[in-house]
Design a protein. Structure first.
Length: 188
């Protein structure tokens, strides 16, 4: 039986921090429990099983990224919104959360639960946050959703494929070109 308690929430937050640092692939309950100051038995007391814990970790990690987007001040234009979203997406905390998402998505591609369901849920919440941020600049929600269909996978690809950090000239040029393309989509 899952217990929704303050201790469960505390353990979930600590487990999320651990998974963000160490990864999900190969996650084992005993080392995780030791690292966060509990036992594997206590984890299983608070979570139905390892899959429940992993699903909770993924939700918390995604919530942190969505929270960062939702806390962005309104951007002055669609183009500025893309640049603001890139800055938030490549912040240290968001970058770590995205990498946790990528691990879960990879496992979800293999059809493993809870990854398939939680990744789908995470995608919906993430895309809604991006769409809302773009729509707040004045473009229609339909155009913002169309723009996010390009923006989101491009950001993910940039974060995975381009070497180095987000401040390299190649990153800046690609993100600038993307911001121009998204602004054109938003205009119609």
């Amino acid at each position: 039986m899952v217990r929704n308690t303050a201790r469960r929430e505390e353990l979930a937050a600590l487990a999320t921090d651990y998974a963000i640092e160490h990864g999900l692939i190969g996650l084992s309950l005993r080392p995780l429990a030791t690292a966060i100051g509990t036992s594997d038995r206590m984890l299983l007391y608070h979570f139905a099983d390892k899959d429940d814990l992993v699903a909770t970790i993924l939700r918390i990690s995604n919530d942190r990224s969505v929270h960062a987007v939702r806390n962005l001040p309104r951007s002055r234009s669609v183009r500025a919104a893309v640049l603001d979203l890139w800055r938030v997406s490549t912040s240290e905390e968001s970058d770590h959360c995205h990498r946790t998402y990528v691990e879960a998505a990879a496992l979800g591609l293999l059809g493993r639960e809870p990854y398939v369901s939680v990744v789908r849920e995470a995608n919906e919440r993430w895309v809604d946050a991006l769409t809302d941020h773009l729509a707040a600049t004045g473009c229609t929600r339909a155009r913002a959703a169309r723009a996010v269909a390009l923006l989101d996978p491009t950001f993910m690809g940039l974060q995975l494929d381009l070497p180095g950090d987000a401040d390299e000239p190649q990153h800046k040029r690609v993100v600038s070109d993307l911001a121009d393309a998204i602004a054109a989509i938003a205009k119609g």
